[in-house]
Design a protein around this ligand. Structure first.
Ligand SMILES: Nc1ncnc2c1ncn2[C@@H]1O[C@H](COP(=O)(O)OP(=O)(O)O)[C@@H](O)[C@H]1O
Ligand SMILES: [Mg+2]
Length: 268
């Protein structure tokens, strides 16, 4: 059965998508059959892997993650719900398949208001392929709405990228409290694989203080591996390449590889 890792934080811009995408890419390249699931209506993980044109064609012909949520508007021309096997875009990168997202997910909370089992739509949809993958990686939006709740209901583990600034650090406690409450209500028990210090900028004193206080507060829950702010990360996105394909053995690729190895170690 696949390990399922959700990448989440209430805050945007902390590197969730960069970490989810490049962790999935690392797993795929190292021989694990991997599926990346883009659960953010901003569709950033999707556009990190495929072009807007490729996405448009796939979304209209094959469907997206929005179909898996079963909202009534997401049907094929014949009005039928689309099938998971057509929604999954195969071999987007080496060893890695993708379920693309869709901006329509922005309104999924409204569309599914009152729907039964709306927090477990993804778990149900992915059940038939859980045995086909070694690793499934869910990239979540910066909130705890229905898509993130679905990720929590299906994942075995979750990681929290944090950028070491004061407000991000403050938000971690809030996030963990909310996640625990949801998991308790849903009687699911994913394991916190850890927090990843991400997008670390120039070594300002204030930043290293915040990083140190997070390490003191959360101890071994904070990854040893750290991700620094490096221009190669956004350049790779523009070219639809993983950091390893774009940066070879550069510093950014090495950092994402070290983070991925540590994450694999923490969840196995
Ligand atoms: N380590 C990094 N170095 C430089 N730019 C980064 C890094 N991580 C992410 N970015 C860029 O910063 C922006 C926000 O990152 P992203 O991963 O999308 O954050 P989130 O998913 O938390 O909103 C994106 O443009 C992304 O390409
Ligand atoms: Mg994102």
């Amino acid at each position: 059965m696949a390990k399922v890792v959700a990448c989440l934080n209430l805050k945007g811009g902390v590197g969730k998508t960069a970490i989810a995408v490049n962790f999935a890419a690392y797993c795929g390249r190292s021989g694990q059959k991997t599926l990346l699931v883009d659960l953010d209506p901003q569709t950033n993980a999707t556009f990190s892997c495929i072009s807007v044109d490729e996405w448009e064609e796939h979304a209209s012909k094959n469907g997206t993650v929005a179909d898996l949520f079963g909202a009534r508007t997401h049907t094929s021309a014949e009005g039928k719900q689309r099938d998971l096997s057509t929604i999954i875009r195969k071999n987007v990168w080496e060893g890695m398949d993708l379920i693309p997202s869709n901006v329509e997910l922005f309104t999924i909370d409204l569309e599914l208001a009152g729907a039964t089992a709306r927090e477990t739509k993804l778990r149900k949809a992915l059940a038939p392929v859980m045995g086909d993958y070694d690793m499934i990686v869910c990239d979540c939006p910066p909130n705890l709405t229905i898509p993130t709740q679905n990720a929590l209901a299906v994942c075995t583990h979750y990681v929290v990228p944090i950028s070491p600034d004061f407000l991000s650090a403050l938000g971690v406690g809030l996030l963990l409290g909310q996640v625990n409450k949801f998991c308790d209500d849903m009687t699911v028990s994913p394991t916190l694989a850890g927090m990843i210090l991400s997008r670390i900028g120039r070594p300002a004193l204030h930043r290293s203080r915040t990083a140190n206080s997070l390490r003191q507060q959360f101890g071994p829950d904070v990854f040893d591996a750290e991700i620094h702010e490096r221009v190669a990360v956004s350049e790779a996105v523009e070219k639809n390449l993983s950091i390893y394909a774009f940066d070879g053995n550069g510093s950014a690729a090495q950092e994402f590889a070290a983070m991925s190895q540590e994450l694999i170690g923490r969840i196995s």
